[in-house]
Write a protein of this length. Structure first.
Length: 112
């Protein structure tokens, strides 16, 4: 079952819409992509969106709405800047945090 979900651009506050499965869990919306995560676009098929780590949006490209001066919803162009929806991601049954530290880098605990 698919639903239309709206996301707020963190740069300008415009709303962007995407069609996706209802059971996908959102983690965060950020202005930069998370290191090592793969992003689908809102125009990708549902299978590509489901297998990605999130969705990369460009504000203004997917039907935006914002709040006008009188507080009413109105169509807006958006700011054109990218923003990223990050899904909840698991590895070996443990939820991964966005922007994880590099575990294969140098160690400073002096243990083998």
């Amino acid at each position: 079952m698919t639903v239309t979900v709206s996301y707020t651009c963190p740069n300008c506050g415009a709303l962007t819409y995407v069609e996706r499965r209802a059971d996908l869990a959102d983690k965060s919306v950020t202005t930069t992509p998370q290191a090592g995560w793969e992003y689908a676009t809102p125009d990708d098929d549902l299978e590509s969106i489901e297998s990605a780590d999130g969705i990369a949006f460009r504000c203004g490209e997917n039907g935006n709405e914002g709040e006008g001066e009188d507080g009413a919803e109105e169509s807006v162009d958006g700011c054109g800047r990218p923003f990223y929806l990050n899904f909840v991601r698991f590895e070996h049954g443990v939820e991964l945090e966005p922007d994880p530290p590099t575990y294969d880098g140098p160690r400073f605990d002096f243990r083998p």
